[in-house]
Write a protein that binds this ligand. Structure first.
Ligand code: ZN
Length: 251
């Protein structure tokens, strides 16, 4: 075994390497895989890797990651893990609160989905059979063509989770209308953040690598605000002798 290791042409100092990782660095993940006798080379790809590519807010990504790992602390999950909690759904009190019931099959959840469909906010061909799981629904809709507004579906799931938390922790009444409004707000917030992040990026960061190579000149100038808004530009300075500031308001 030692004899078949190719010798380098240059002299290098000896290094301590962890043989189970690709980069030679130790990681607990590789130890876990090895301890379970799993194949590190042909390890299966996580089937929800597509969520990394979704253009949604970080808080929704974290929520979705928990959802896809079945780690949202629903009452049914907590009860299964040995916590002494009432596993009943906080909305209907007639079924165990697991993810599938809470997000798809509960009457409150169905009211939210039906309202979103009747508002044409999400695609009308979403059909929730009694056997459908929320993870199956996500996988199906993610692969569906034409586009089914995955971002809106995730916003609505997140909003259902928020009203569920309101019912559990603040004793608030669930309301499908308000749930849909909150989902729409979350979706609009994402678009606004996306737009402003792009708008206020330094000009050199906006340019793609290819554009930068072309060394194109991009002029940055004051722009008139739209929609009846007033724009205020301000600046100030401070020294030991005093401070001064100024601003200009333009419409
Ligand atoms: Zn329920």
């Amino acid at each position: 075994m030692i004899l078949v290791i190719p010798l380098p042409h240059k002299l290098f100092p000896d290094l301590v390497c962890w043989g189970l990782s690709g980069n030679g660095n130790f990681s607990t993940k590789t130890v876990t895989w090895a301890a379970h006798g799993l194949d590190l080379v042909h390890k299966p790809v996580w089937e929800y890797n597509w969520l990394q590519k979704l253009d949604i807010m970080p808080k929704l990504k974290i929520f979705l990651w928990q959802l896809c790992h079945s780690s949202l602390p629903t009452r049914g999950t907590l009860s299964d893990r040995g916590l002494r909690v009432d596993p009943a759904c906080p909305f209907c009190h007639s079924e165990v609160e697991d993810m599938d019931h809470l997000f798809l099959h509960c009457t409150i959840a169905q009211g939210c989905w039906n309202l979103a469909i009747s508002h044409n906010w999400i695609n009308a061909n979403l059909v929730f059979s009694p056997q459908l799981t929320v993870l199956q629904m996500l996988s199906t809709t993610c692969n569906a063509r034409p586009n089914v507004h995955m971002d809106r579906i995730i916003s609505l799931l997140w909003s259902i989770w928020k009203i569920r938390n309101g019912a559990v922790f603040r004793n608030t009444s669930p309301n499908p209308g308000l749930t849909l409004i909150r989902a729409k707000q979350a979706n609009v917030e994402r678009r606004i953040r996306h737009k402003f992040t792009h708008q206020f990026q330094p000009t050199h960061q906006k340019l793609s690598a290819s554009t930068r190579q072309m060394k194109t000149t991009h002029w940055v100038a004051w722009r008139k605000p739209q929609g009846g808004f007033i724009k205020i530009n301000f600046d100030g300075s401070k020294s030991l002798q005093g401070a001064a500031g100024g601003f200009i308001i333009r419409t």
